[in-house]
Ligand binder design. Structure first.
Ligand SMILES: [Zn+2]
Length: 77
C-alpha cells in the first residue's frame, strides 16, 4: 500500500523505501519499510509531507533531496 494515497498496487509498481535515523534510503532488507507508488512519488508536496511524518523529520528540503537521489538510482537500474 502506498503511504501517500493509501491505494493498493502490485509490489513491483511501488518504490520500497525506509527511513532510519532520519535518513531516507532504498529498503536494505532490514528494518521497517514503506511504499510509495509511482504517481505519488512525483507529487513532491504530498510525498514530502508523508516522508516528514514517517521519518519524524521536519527537514522537508533534505528529505526531498534524498528522495530525488533514490528515485534517480532506481530508475537508472
Ligand atoms: Zn500513491
Amino acid at each position: 500500500m502506498c503511504v501517500v494515497c493509501r491505494e493498493r498496487f502490485e509490489q513491483k509498481a511501488l518504490f520500497r523505501l525506509q527511513c532510519k535515523e532520519q535518513q531516507l534510503s532504498s529498503h536494505s532488507g532490514v528494518g521497517r519499510s514503506f511504499y510509495l507508488c509511482s504517481t505519488c512519488i512525483d507529487d513532491e508536496k504530498k510525498v514530502t509531507r508523508a516522508l516528514a511524518r514517517i521519518c519524524k523529520s521536519g527537514d522537508i528540503k533534505y528529505l526531498s533531496t534524498q528522495l530525488k537521489e533514490i528515485i534517480a538510482d532506481v530508475r537508472q537500474s
